[in-house]
Design a protein. Structure first.
Ligand code: ADP
Ligand code: MG
Length: 701
């Protein structure tokens, strides 16, 4: 057998496992092969040097205890149906009870009363007696202190079912000893030696040994650092290589001059003074587009920070240089809104703007497509329609993707393909602030610009956190605004798992609102409607024909109705803070004072209310995102699937920032020297497996 084959062996063949335990390992922990077991890491380590006197044992705190076993007794319980094993441990000062409910036969044979043992487990109080259920027991040979054979005890995450078949920590320890005897934990190391040396990381086999069979806690911890580094490193190499190839493999038209339209627009038609942040980002874009490597820049800016005009400036550069621009948005409403802004801004410059939507009539579509293919049309705005097969561009020089995370990697790439044999410059826009702590991983393959300043003179949105007991007060406030001619959104949560239930909530809410406000036209919009109906409802609201719009978060993105001054979010406790903040951006867009009202059930806990109050306290999307991230953790914050960010096994993307930065630096250095990784076949092989496992795209030359 070669080394690689050994690792694929079934655990059933490992001495000390056998078919029955192998089956439990498979069903309980999804471990099937030697290699699976090798990468099953301890949860923590107990140090034998720190034996707790039983008298100091704390309930629910895992500890190591040393003492003499008392007599073992088999007792019947459950009306005589079941037999349990009990014993005691006495350390010369105090004693505790030990109890096994199942799977204790082999233990009983192994242990004898009076024996000196180590007991590891989490004591609890049962009838005021300290007790450990299913502890790990390690017999000590006469006269030997535990330090003689093992100082550190790895604790694996185990389940009750595993313990029942005798797979406890002690057994795991034996399995790893056996595995080490067979394999020496020989694995090819994905981290190049030079990097290991620079960052003081142990080689892979050594680290695995230190992790499973440590001689000190320090050694185990150093090994753990290595694996954290490795997790970050693999992802960063992947991201940085993608960035590298996007830039080196493709050529974009270099707009060395900004072109005539930029100055004409700036001098004659700019409707307001740009904020400093907008100016800075436009400069960054200007610099990118002057190069023949494709720009790949993401603009992060809070709702209302003015990303659209920044996108316009990028467009002016491309169009002024004789190239076309495609602006893609995730919904028809948004695309239409952009088309309106762009038409208003571009008309005086004599530049036409086309609109391409799923709902565009075939004849209209035909005409637009023709003009696009001949180059007569310099600017096209639309939805997914923009990258369909039948769409041809004359000279596509810039793509802009609004709410970029709503599109898949493949969809974005399909649009870029349209510029063949060039790559267009790419501008990505998002109103979802990603805290800096996460951005390195989530946006590792793009350049990021931040618009961290709102245009002057915005009316701050008055934010209220209320519970059901305040319903009347809220309805009164809403009525007062409606009487002034203003409009309102009422939003219900939509959680994927229970879409049906939520739909019911929206529909019932719609009825309640209609009854409460019979004199006003009420609209409804939700994800289950086809896009035509959705669009129609949105139009009715935008044009002021409906006064109240009841809906789910489909109204979340970018919708601009300056006359809307009230936002009520029902069951606000079911939303993430960042999402609530985005919803709040639906109001306060005009000259009127606006309200965001977050409703919670009466029985909501104080801590959950406290979370919502952060919204009343802060108005900066980045700051709120940081709080949200801290409260919910990266997985929930990002909705890991959508973000494309893999879950980390040992690394903590927030707590291990220092390691992340090192890993990123190492990845940058490596790709800088050898972008194809020709010198690092092991790393290359790891990346292939890694990318497949996490459904990430593997970029190669
Ligand atoms: P978002 O970043 O959410 O897409 P928009 O681009 O839609 O924001 O801008 C929000 C509103 O602010 C628009 O009405 C826009 O015309 C206006 N706006 C943008 N920049 C400025 C500015 N510098 N001064 C004043 N108003 C601005
Ligand atoms: Mg926008």
């Amino acid at each position: 057998m070669t080394q690689a084959d050994v690792w694929k062996s079934s655990l059933a063949y490992l001495k000390g496992v056998g078919p029955r335990r192998a089956e439990v390992l498979r069903t309980e922990l999804a471990l099937s092969t030697y290699e699976d077991l090798l990468y099953y890491f301890p949860r923590r380590y107990l140090d034998y040097a720190q034996i707790t006197p039983i008298a100091h044992a704390r309930p629910d705190q895992e500890g190591v205890f040393q003492g003499k076993l008392g007599p073992l007794q088999v007792r019947a319980t459950g009306g005589g149906k079941r037999a349990i094993l009990t014993g005691t441990l006495y350390d010369g000062q105090a004693w505790m009870e030990l109890i096994w409910y199942q799977g204790w036969e082999w233990l009983r044979q192994k242990l004898s009363p009076g024996q000196e043992v180590l007991v590891i487990g989490r004591p609890t109080y049962k009838k005021r007696l300290l007790q450990i259920a299913h502890p790990d027991i390690i017999p000590l040979s006469a006269g030997k202190s535990p330090q003689h054979f093992l100082r550190v005890y790895p604790v694996y995450p185990l389940t009750e079912k595993l313990r029942q078949v005798g797979l406890d920590n002690k057994r795991f320890h034996m399995l790893f000893e056996e595995l080490y005897r067979l394999t020496q934990f020989k694995q090819e190391d994905p981290i190049p030696e030079s990097i290991r040396e620079r960052y003081n990381l142990p080689p892979l086999s050594e680290a695995l040994h230190a992790l499973h069979l440590p001689t000190s806690v320090e050694e185990a911890e150093r090994a753990l650092q290595r694996f954290k580094f490795q997790e970050f490193f693999l992802l960063q190499v992947l991201l940085i290589r993608r960035k590298h190839f996007l830039k080196s493999q493709y050529t974009a038209p270099a707009f060395t001059q900004a072109g005539p339209l930029v100055s004409e627009f700036y001098e004659k038609y700019l409707p307001f003074a740009l904020t400093e942040a907008q100016k800075r980002v436009i400069k960054e874009i200007r610099r990118d587009m002057a190069l023949s490597t494709p720009m790949n820049r993401l603009i992060q800016g809070d709702v209302g920070s003015g990303k659209t005009i920044v996108a316009l400036f990028a467009s002016l550069i491309a169009i002024g240089n004789g190239y076309q621009v495609a602006l893609m948005a995730p919904t028809e409403v948004l695309a239409e809104q952009h088309a309106r802004s762009f038409r208003k801004w571009l008309a005086p410059l004599g530049v036409g703007v086309g609109l391409l939507l799923g709902s565009t009539s075939p004849s209209q579509k035909r005409r637009t497509l023709d003009k696009l293919a001949t180059g007569e049309l310099a600017c096209i705005i639309g939805t997914h329609a923009l990258f369909q097969k039948n769409v041809q561009y004359h000279r596509l020089g810039l793509t802009i993707i609004d709410e970029q995370h709503k599109f898949g990697v493949k969809q974005r790439a399909a649009l870029w393909e349209k510029a063949h044999p060039y790559r267009p410059h790419n501008l990505l826009l998002t109103a979802t602030p990603i805290p800096r702590t996460l951005a390195l991983s989530v946006y590792g393959d793009v350049d990021v610009s931040v618009i961290d300043e709102l245009p002057p003179g915005r009316q701050p949105v008055k934010t209220l956190i209320r519970t059901e007991v305040h319903r009347q007060e809220i309805w009164n406030l809403l009525r007062a605004e409606l009487q002034k001619g203003r409009q309102a959104y009422i939003i219900y949560p939509l959680v994927e798992e229970s879409e049906k239930l939520d739909l019911k909530a929206v529909e019932e809410g719609f009825e309640v609102v209609r009854k409460a406000f019979p004199e006003y036209a009420v609209g409804i919009v939700h994800g289950r409607m086809n896009s035509e109906r959705k669009e129609r409802e949105m139009h009715l609201f935008k044009s002021g024909q409906t006064k109240i719009l009841v809906g789910t978060t489909v109204v979340e993105v970018g919708v601009d109705v300056p006359n809307a001054t009230v936002l009520i979010v029902e069951h606000a406790d079911r939303f993430g803070l960042s999402q609530l903040h985005q919803l709040r951006g639906r109001v306060g867009r005009g000259q009127y004072a606006s309200y965001a009202i977050f409703m919670a059930p009466n029985d909501l806990s104080e801590s959950a209310l406290e979370r919502l109050r952060a919204l009343a306290q802060y108005n900066d999307g980045f700051h709120i995102a940081e709080i949200d991230l801290k409260l919910r953790g990266p997985g929930d914050f990002l909705g890991t699937k959508q973000s494309g960010l893999p879950e980390f096994k040992v690394a903590d993307i927030i707590r291990d920032q220092a390691i992340l930065r090192q890993a990123r630096q190492a990845a940058e250095d490596l790709i800088g020297q050898d972008p194809s990784l020709t010198l690092y076949p092991t790393l290359q092989a790891y990346l292939t497996t890694y990318a497949k496992k996490h459904s990430l795209e593997l970029f190669t030359a």
